[in-house]
Structure formats: structure tokens, C-alpha cells
Ligand binder design. Structure first.
Ligand code: 26W
Length: 776
């Protein structure tokens, strides 16, 4: 027995002296995690002398970390064997919920990047917030989403180290708090590099006012504590009100300022006040607009704190920072009311004004430009995306089409001004989690054929191409898919008490609920299929299970209405004995990283059906591809690059392209589609004619109106559901029939998708950032 194994057993015996098989999941989790922490301690301490990249992000959607840490340390199988020897089921870790600190693709991307950075041996550290509660936990009641607090610390937090002596003070207008860092190790594959994810927790300067308490003013005695803790209390607090907006801005400033202060403190230890060297030592990536307030904050720290001139400070800021845009949705390009900004951050606002003045000056001396086109402060608001473009050296989109849209539309005038600043860095995902860990069966299949170097070099997968014509390999691949469906079925049965028919095709759409992602289009098409099967219009059909998963923002009524609608359609279909042997529909609850790890390997079809031009990239599309699903999708985001790699003939692409939508312009009249096409009318009418009911909330009616008439803030059918409806239904049916008619030929497509997934490794993405943007 080696030292690591001894430590695990030692830890266990401290918790439960006699019979290890009686240990609770939490006890086993603690024993193993602490043993790993001990193992990595000395490597983790070594500080890098080279240039460091810092990833500032409001979200890090890590998922459960125990498996990936064990895998990367090379301890996974050893640990599982050890546990089995002591009659402990290695599956205990599945009970440990640990999915807290993110919401969607942006947060998961950050987590994949950290894994890749450490694996590549780059010094890439994350900086964010240690939320007390993560994104809500989702349940359904009568088909409606309900939200509960997500207490991710219920199982303890063995992976974090509180660094009390590295705390920093963060000041707001009239309030000051401590930011206390909790550091988590980020272990690269092979365990050679261990980077850090530093998450800040907000705490009061004075936790308790004894005098007030003595005067029996109990509430006031803890008022400062409550106010301070509110800052890191929850991810994305509802921002419907000014209070909520102010809290969000506070959160953003809180982790931006704390991270910058800690970086400067570290820098000064080696370089004293030689701040010109800062860009040689640090690159800071701003993940979307959430940390963009870092720009005026670093100016402030350098000018007011360190006596640099504005122009010296500006030059440093511009070299240090770069910005990634993750969306073109107007609602997510953050703008803050000047009055709110001044109230929350009065000491920072003057630096925004200085930036604005510098910009004015620059544009003013350029006769070709109109100063009115360039303003960081406009219409009474501070525009964070514009600030990010202006004060950094690099702006990037996350897929080719997305970057083109940024250049031609969203940030056009800025691209005209600074074309050299714009880059595309197509997203990627880590194959350690999204293949090696979540699909060990497929991993073995791959390694048996081409060796295991794909784990750190995903382009190796190309070597699988010849196996596309090997019947035996295709047969094995089918068996693996079946096995993953069985495993998923067990899981869904446990979590959602629903029985999946594992003989069926699994057709999966899992992602945040949003109108642009068009879960409603999927539901309409399922209803159309249902009618087609029930009435005999569709004869040849391979039985299919349609699976949805995803959360709706608590304040987003339409998205919640769509969940309700899908659940109602599911009821209608699942209880109809005339068709339920041919199709079933389920919306799994509380979709998160752990659920994704079960769903993605079991999928045959990956639904990526956003309106062309709306999905920046998508990353689940890459995970599905790697796991051998074919994409049923639009010309949008990274789908385009996926079919570029794997071939259009191996995927199912449909629908209007961006150029077509542009050409259509004002001439799109969804009502004509509605009136002309009975199948469209029928699914649309299901919203309002009693086919299904929203329980009296009126939300179905609202969805119906938004499509046919529009609303005050958008025109009718803003996301072109009715335009793409028939092509979608046709393509879906064609895909189904391909599967039905020739399983081997279909499986060949799956294998070719896997073989061409190499470029979608986040190892490639991070290398590109390191070289082209961070100059590491
Ligand atoms: C301001 C509040 C806010 C916060 C987060 C608005 C929107 C968000 C999203 C959840 C951001 C997000 O996750 N965007 C996704 O980023 C992925 C990684 O680049 C892309 O693949 C997705 O297309 C994009 O939707």
C-alpha cells in the first residue's frame, strides 16, 4: 500500500473506526478529497516565475471535481479499487452535489479552460466569487418550474483553502467589506502543473456590534454582517429592480477589485513599483462584460494608489486586459445607469469619465470619424462592452460566425476603428471530462484502436477514420451507445421517476431555456410528429425518446411558459396509448453538469436549433459530437465548424441562414405561414385551443401572441419559428429514416463525428489564447 492509500484509510478510520462499509458518502468524500489535497500540497505551493494569465469570470461551472481531480492525478482507478476492497461502492461520489458556481456555457467554458491550462502546463488561474448559493435547484410542480436554494456546501468543501492572511478590503460608496480568498487547486492531467482558482467571499469588517446588541438593537447589531454577506450570497440575483441591479454591480466590482489588488500585491513583492513590467507578468482575460469594471478599477489603483499618470496607467491597462464576448443578445451586453454607477462606485466613476475623454480626444483628431458614433457613456448609461473594446488590446468572439457578426454588426464601428484588435477563438471543451470521464466505455474503444494520447492531444482522433469502414467497430460503437442509454435510463428513473425506453433513438436538447435557442420549435415539431403518427400521415418511423433539460431564469416568464408547455405536451403524448410505443417525451429536472455527463454519451441526435446568428458558439454541440451523436442543427455558432470538420453528409443541417434572414428583413410575415400551412396552424393553436393548458396563468396565450403579433419590444416571431418549422420537421424525419433504414450507415456518421472532433478540444482553444492574446 502506498502513502496515498494509507492516508485515505487513515482519514476514514478517523471518521468511522470499525466498519468502513458503513461510512456515509460525505465521510468517504472527505477522506478521499483530503488525501488528494495532501498529495498535491508541495506541487501546488510552487509559484510560477513566468508570465501568468488570469481568467476573470462571474461563473466557474466546475461540476463535481472529485472525479476529474482523481483522473488528472492518475488516482482514479486506484481509488475505486481501494474503495471496493473495503466494500464501499465507488458510486458514492454521485451523491455529492457540487454544481454550484455557474449557470450556462460561459461558466462551463471557464472550467474547461482551467483544466486545459493546467494540462498544457500554462500558468492560468481563475478569479471569481465564492457564492454561498449557486444557481437555484429546479423542480417541477404540475409541469411548472419551481426554484429552491442550492446549498452546494452541504457536503463540505474539502477542495478549498481559506487564505485569511491574503484578504483585501473592497470599498463601495459608504460601505467597506473584506474579500477573503478561498483557493482551489486546478490539477492538470498528469499532476505536473497545479494552478489555482481563487474565489472571493465577502465578509464584514465588523461582524458584530456589541454596544448595539447590549442596547437590545439585535437587528442593527448584525446589520453590517448581513449587508456584507449579501454580496457573495447568490449567483445572478434577480435584477428586475434597482436594488437587484445595484447588487449585481457590487458583485462585479467586488471580485474585480479584490482580484486586481491581490495581483498587484503579488507583483510588488518581486517588482516593487516597476509597473511598466506588469504586462510582462500578467495577462487578464475578461470573461464577458461581468468583470469589465476591472478596467477603470485598475486605472484607479495605479493612478490614485500608485501615483502613475493617466497615460502610463492607460497603456498598462490596455496591454494587460483582453475581452471575450459571449453573446450578441442586447439584454446581456451590460449597461449601467450613470446614477446607479455613481451611487455604488463613486470612487470609480471619475476613471470612466477619463476614459471617455481620452476617447473623445482620439476621435476628435480623426477627421474620418464621427464622435457621436463613439461613446462609452451614452443615453445616461455606461456601456461596458464598448469600454472593453476601447481599453483592451484584444476582443474575441467564440466561433467564426459569431466573430463575423461582432465585426459587421454588434461592434461594427469599433471594428472599423481598431480592426487589428478583433480575433476569433472558437470555443472548445475538455476531453478529460467530456470523454475520458463521462464515457469510459467509448474511451476504451478509442484507446484500443489508436492508443491513449488523445487524452492530451485530441487531434489524434483522426486516426479513427479508417474504422468507419470496419463493421466490427461500428457494431461495438452501437453496443456502447446502448450501454450508455441503459445507464442514463437508470439515472433518469432515480432522479425523475420516468422510464426511458432504451430501444429508442435518444434525441436530446439540453441547454438554458431561451427563446432564441428555440426549445419551443422542438416542442412544436414533436407535436406535429405526434399528429402525423396518430393519423397515419407518417408511416415509417423509428421510435424516439425526446429529452429536454435546462433552467429558465426565475424572472423570464416566457421561458418558464415554454417549460410548462413541453411538460404538457409530454403528458399528452406519454399517456396516449395509440402512440406511446413510438415516442416518449421527458423534461428532466435540474439539468446540471452531472446530468449532462449522463445525457450526452447516450444521445443519438444533438439538437442545436437556435435561430441562425443568435447562438454565439454553443459548447454542448461539441460534447455531443465527441460522444458520437450527430448534430440536428442550424447554420449557427460552432455548428457550422462542426459540419466543416465532420462533413455535412454526416449531420443534419436545416433552416434559414443569417444572410437569408437579413435579406428577408421587414418582409417576414409569420401570419402568412400560419394561415397557409395547416400543420403550422395546428401546433400554434394548441397553445390556445385547450389541447394543453397553462393552468390559467395566460402564458400560453402570451407565447401565441408574441409569435403572431409580436410585443412592444419585438416584432412578430422574432426568432423565426414558423419560417424554419417545415424544414426542421422534414430534416428530423429524414434523420429518423436514415437510422431506421441502415443502422450501420448511421453509426458510420457517428464514428466520423468522433474522429473529427479534435479541434474542439479546449486544449486547442487555450493554446490559441496563450499564443495570440496572452503572449505567454
Ligand atoms: C448579465 C447576465 C447574464 C449572465 C450570463 C446574461 C447571460 C449569461 C449567459 C448565461 C452567458 C452564456 O453562458 N453565454 C454562452 O457562452 C458560451 C461560451 O462562450 C457560448 O457557447 C454560448 O453560445 C453562449 O450562449
Amino acid at each position: 500500500m502506498n502513502a496515498y492509500e494509507e492516508t485515505v484509510l487513515q482519514n476514514l478510520s478517523e471518521e468511522i473506526p470499525a466498519d468502513f462499509s458503513k461510512a456515509t458518502p460525505k465521510e468517504v468524500y472527505m477522506a478521499v478529497s483530503k488525501a488528494v489535497m495532501k498529495q498535491i500540497f508541495s506541487t501546488w505551493q510552487t509559484k510560477s516565475e513566468r508570465k501568468k494569465a488570469c481568467y476573470f469570470s462571474a461563473e466557474f461551472l466546475l461540476g463535481r471535481v472529485i472525479h476529474s481531480n482523481l483522473l488528472n492525478m492518475g488516482l482514479l482507478e486506484e481509488t475505486e479499487n481501494l474503495l471496493r476492497q473495503h466494500k464501499i461502492d465507488p458510486k458514492v461520489f454521485e451523491k455529492v452535489e457540487d454544481d454550484a458556481l455557474g449557470n450556462g456555457g460561459l461558466g462551463r467554458l471557464a472550467a474547461c479552460f482551467l483544466d486545459s491550462g493546467a494540462t498544457l502546463g500554462i500558468s492560468l488561474n481563475g478569479y471569481g466569487i465564492r457564492y454561498r448559493y449557486g444557481l437555484f435547484r429546479q423542480t417541477f410542480s404540475y409541469g411548472e418550474q419551481k426554484e429552491e436554494a442550492d446549498d452546494w456546501l452541504a457536503f463540505g468543501d474539502p477542495w478549498s483553502v481559506r487564505r485569511e492572511n491574503e484578504r483585501v478590503r473592497v470599498d463601495f460608496g459608504e460601505e467597506s467589506v473584506w474579500a477573503v480568498p478561498y483557493d482551489m487547486p486546478v490539477i492538470g492531467y498528469g499532476g505536473k502543473t497545479i494552478n489555482t482558482l481563487r474565489l472571493w467571499q465577502s465578509e464584514p469588517l465588523h461582524p458584530f456590534d456589541f454596544e448595539l446588541f447590549n442596547e437590545q438593537k439585535y437587528e442593527e447589531a448584525v446589520a453590517e454582517k448581513n449587508a456584507a454577506e449579501r454580496i457573495s450570497n447568490v449567483l445572478y440575483p434577480n435584477d428586475d429592480t434597482d436594488e437587484g441591479k445595484s447588487l449585481r454591480l457590487k458583485q462585479q466590482y467586488f471580485f474585480s477589485s479584490a482580484s486586481l489588488q491581490s495581483i498587484l500585491r503579488e507583483f510588488k513583492k518581486s517588482y516593487a513599483n516597476d509597473f511598466k513590467k506588469l504586462p510582462e507578468q500578467y495577462a487578464i482575460q475578461l470573461n464577458d462584460t461581468h468583470p469589465v469594471v476591472s478596467i477603470p478599477e485598475l486605472l484607479r489603483l495605479l493612478i490614485a494608489g500608485e501615483n502613475l499618470s493617466f497615460s502610463e496607467a492607460f497603456s498598462i491597462v490596455q496591454q494587460v486586459f483582453s475581452y471575450t464576448n459571449h453573446t450578441i443578445m442586447a439584454e446581456a451586453l451590460e449597461k449601467w445607469d450613470v446614477s446607479l454607477f455613481c451611487t455604488v462606485l463613486p470612487q470609480v466613476y471619475p476613471y470612466v469619465v477619463m476614459l471617455q475623454n481620452r476617447l473623445r480626444h482620439e476621435i476628435g483628431s480623426n477627421s474620418q470619424r464621427n464622435p457621436d458614433d463613439y461613446s462609452l457613456i451614452a443615453g445616461g448609461k455606461v456601456h461596458m462592452a464598448k469600454m472593453a473594446v476601447y481599453a483592451t488590446h484584444s476582443v474575441n468572439g467564440v466561433a467564426k460566425i459569431h466573430t463575423e457578426i461582432l465585426k459587421k454588426k454588434t461592434l461594427k464601428e469599433w471594428y472599423d476603428l481598431y480592426p487589428e484588435r478583433f480575433h476569433n477563438v472558437t470555443n472548445g471543451v475538455t476531453q478529460r471530462r467530456w470523454l475520458a470521464l463521462c464515457n469510459r466505455e467509448l474511451s476504451k474503444f478509442i484507446t484500443n484502436r489508436i492508443g491513449n494520447s488523445w487524452i492530451t492531444n485530441l487531434s489524434e482522433l483522426e486516426k479513427l477514420v479508417p474504422y468507419a469502414d470496419d463493421p466490427d467497430s461500428l457494431k461495438q460503437l452501437m453496443q456502447i451507445k446502448k450501454e450508455k442509454k441503459n445507464q442514463l435510463a437508470d439515472y433518469v428513473y432515480r432522479k425523475d421517476n420516468f422510464g426511458l425506453n432504451t430501444e429508442n433513438i435518444f434525441d436530446v436538447q439540453v441547454k438554458r431555456l431561451h427563446e432564441y435557442k428555440r426549445q419551443l420549435l422542438n416542442a412544436f415539431s414533436i407535436l406535429d410528429l405526434y399528429y402525423g403518427l396518430k393519423e397515419g400521415r407518417i408511416k415509417d418511423f423509428y421510435p424516439t425518446t425526446f429529452i429536454f433539460g435546462g433552467k429558465a431564469a426565475p424572472g423570464y416568464d416566457r421561458a418558464k411558459g415554454i417549460i410548462k408547455y413541453i411538460n404538457e405536451i409530454a403528458n399528452l403524448i406519454n399517456y396516449d396509448d395509440a402512440v406511446n410505443r413510438k415516442m416518449q417525451v421527458v423534461f428532466v429536472s435540474n439539468y446540471d453538469v452531472s446530468y449532462a455527463e449522463k445525457l450526452i454519451p447516450a444521445a443519438d441526435f444533438s439538437e442545436q436549433i437556435s435561430t441562425a446568428g443568435t447562438e454565439a458558439s454553443g459548447t454542448s454541440n461539441m460534447k455531443f459530437m465527441m460522444n458520437g451523436a450527430v448534430t440536428l442543427g442550424t447554420y449557427d455558432g460552432a455548428n457550422i465548424e462542426i459540419v466543416e470538420q465532420a462533413g455535412e453528409e454526416n449531420n443534419y443541417i436545416f433552416g434559414a441562414r443569417v444572410e437569408e434572414l437579413e435579406a428577408l428583413g421587414e418582409n417576414y410575415h409569420p401570419r402568412i405561414f400560419y394561415e397557409r400551412e395547416p400543420r403550422i396552424r395546428r401546433v400554434m393553436d394548441s397553445l390556445v385551443n385547450g389541447t394543453v393548458t397553462d393552468g390559467g396563468s395566460g402564458v400560453f396565450q402570451e407565447l401565441y401572441r408574441s409569435i403572431l403579433d409580436g410585443a412592444s419590444w419585438h416584432r412578430a416571431d422574432y426568432y423565426y419559428l414558423l419560417l424554419d418549422f417545415l424544414p426542421y420537421c422534414e430534416t428530423r424525419l429524414r434523420a429518423n429514416q436514415d437510422y431506421l433504414r441502415d443502422r450501420t450507415k448511421f453509426t458510420r456518421k457517428c464514428l466520423l463525428n468522433i474522429a473529427h472532433a479534435g479541434v474542439f478540444s479546449s486544449d486547442r482553444t487555450v493554446s490559441q489564447y496563450a499564443k495570440e492574446i496572452w503572449y505567454l
